[in-house]
Write a protein that binds this ligand. Structure first.
Ligand SMILES: Nc1ncnc2c1ncn2[C@@H]1O[C@H](COP(=O)(O)OP(=O)(O)OP(=O)(O)O)[C@@H](O)[C@H]1O
Ligand SMILES: [Mg+2]
Length: 214
């Protein structure tokens, strides 16, 4: 059976795609899955993170297989990774439809990170529309949520009213995320058992459930 393909996409820049992709990939790997990651973003941020990971942990201990691809080549690369792995996580660029569409079309689920503000929520519309058009299930992931912020709750309600699925788990706005990424690691490794690690693990479980496999 071919592995599950999870694409992280959101045309708005800086919404947390690369951070979410890296964290989900490591969460799946630590849960015992074999995981491939695919960077279709020409900015190559996920690749840079992976190179740092190799430098920090050693090439044999990164726990993930990394590939890059662009445009429709992404489809072929993702399918190939999915043949050899339980899960493939795909990171996408902002804006470029050319790179995003195939990555959405080939996915079992699109995770759409969004910061909880009205403007950011509006900016998810093209990505969610693309997923609907390609027949791929999508899940909005609230990222950089501020604790006890009324706005976050309002955004969840607003997204629900638009008919979009929103992950129950939110990722908080925590310095632990950029700090861990800078070392090629994730909060699961720099602060295991902490609040950030707990929310990432919960999100990874929720995404697998949503994508139809446990
Ligand atoms: N939950 C979080 N808490 C704190 N900082 C975060 C969080 N998520 C992301 N960031 C920070 O926000 C910035 C943008 O994140 P990231 O690079 O993951 O977004 P992106 O959507 O991949 O951006 P791009 O569109 O340029 O590819 C980075 O500096 C990152 O460290
Ligand atoms: Mg990115």
């Amino acid at each position: 059976m071919s592995g599950l393909i999870i694409t992280v996409a959101q045309q708005k820049g800086g919404s947390g795609k690369t951070t979410v992709a890296a964290h989900l990939a490591v969460a799946f790997a630590l849960a015992g899955k074999s995981v491939g990651i695919l960077d279709v973003d020409p900015q190559g941020s996920l690749g840079e993170w992976f190179e740092r990971r190799e430098a920090t942990l050693g090439e044999d201990d990164v726990g993930l297989v990394f590939r890059t691809a662009s445009g429709w080549g992404a489809r072929r690369e993702a399918k190939q990774l999915a043949r050899d792995h339980d899960i493939v996580v795909v990171d996408t660029p902002p804006k470029s439809d050319l790179e995003i569409r195939p990555a959405i079309e080939m996915a079992d689920l699109v995770a759409v990170p969004v910061q909880p503000t009205p403007v950011d929520l509006w900016a998810t519309a093209p990505t969610l529309a693309m997923a609907a058009k390609e027949g791929t299930a999508s899940l909005i992931v609230i990222n950089r949520a501020l604790s006890r912020a009324l706005l976050t709750a309002e955004m969840v309600t607003a997204a629900g009213e638009l008919g979009h699925a929103v992950a129950q788990t939110h990722l908080g706005n925590r310095v632990a995320y950029p700090q861990s990424m800078g070392e090629g690691r994730t909060v699961l490794e720099t602060a295991p058992g902490g609040l950030a690690a707990e929310e990432v693990e919960a999100l990874a479980r929720e995404i697998l459930k949503q994508a139809g496999r446990r």
